[in-house]
Design a protein around this ligand. Structure first.
Ligand code: FPP
Length: 246
């Protein structure tokens, strides 16, 4: 059992692709939604643990723009789980000083889900312990294109000069504006790809892949991922010797 990592610096921002719910359920000869339900228990445990070890921002990829193409029963099942999660967690979020934020297109969500989402965001607005980003109807390329549209309009209207556009300008127009970039990006479920997740923000993230499927990814496995991150040397283009000299 990996124990608490309090004494070492926790990653400021952890982003997670929660993959493997469907296969976890299929292995048990149960419907896919059974896996997603079990996945919600992992969500609760990981949010609590991230808070406990001092993570500032936790981003969970809960529903991608591409996920709209899944069978309608699975989509509506996921939307129902999301709604009940938000309804049941508000009190815990307030108790743990967690601020909820959405990355993506809330307008595409069913009205009841959008209503509870916006209410939870509003009610946790003044929390400042940890930010929980739920990526909902989220796609990284779409996010960048939308930022480009806004930047282009500002340039056209004279508010910005295209010749001095900077990386910071782009970052400020993403859903994660004002937040640190992810330090650690975890993907469960055995696949090794980014699936259109935080394409701009993850450029210097440490990647951690595990075969463990999301419903089995709990506190112990999360701390193991954090531990692996803490053992890595992040050089940001410099040499190891340069870093030692700093
Ligand atoms: C990917 O697993 C997972 C999803 C598309 C949804 C993740 C949703 C949850 C964990 C529950 C709801 C979320 C919250 C925040 C309450 P998959 O179904 O693609 O797995 P597979 O690759 O095994 O089919």
């Amino acid at each position: 059992m990996i124990e608490s990592t309090h004494s070492l610096t926790a990653p400021r921002h952890v982003a997670i692709i929660m993959d493997g719910n469907g296969r976890w359920a299929e292995e048990r000869r149960r419907p896919r939604l059974f896996g997603h339900k079990a996945g919600v228990d992992s969500v609760r445990e990981i949010v609590e643990t991230a808070c406990e070890i001092g993570v500032n921002v936790l981003t969970l990829y809960a529903f991608s723009t591409e996920n709209w193409n899944r069978p309608s029963t699975e989509v509506s099942g996921l939307m129902g789980l999301l709604q009940s999660y938000l309804q049941s967690e508000l009190r815990t979020m307030l108790q743990n000083d967690i601020r909820l934020h959405c990355l993506g297109q809330p307008d595409r969500l069913p009205t009841e889900v959008r209503t509870v989402l916006l209410r939870t965001i509003e009610e946790t607005r003044s929390c400042c312990g940890m930010t929980l980003n739920l990526a909902l109807s989220y796609g990284g390329r779409g996010e960048i294109v939308e930022a480009m549209r806004v930047l282009a309009r500002k340039c056209q209207e004279g508010g910005l000069d295209w010749q001095t556009l900077s990386e910071a300008d782009v970052s400020e127009h993403l859903f994660t504006s004002g937040q640190p970039d992810p330090d650690l990006l975890i993907r469960t479920g055995g696949e090794h790809r980014l699936s259109n997740f935080l394409l701009w923000q993850a450029s210097y993230a440490e990647l951690y892949f595990t075969d463990i499927k999301w419903p089995d990814f709990r506190k112990e496995q999360f701390l193991e991922a954090v531990n692996s991150f803490q053992r890595r040397q992040r050089r940001f283009g410099k040499t190891g010797a340069q870093l030692q000299a700093e």
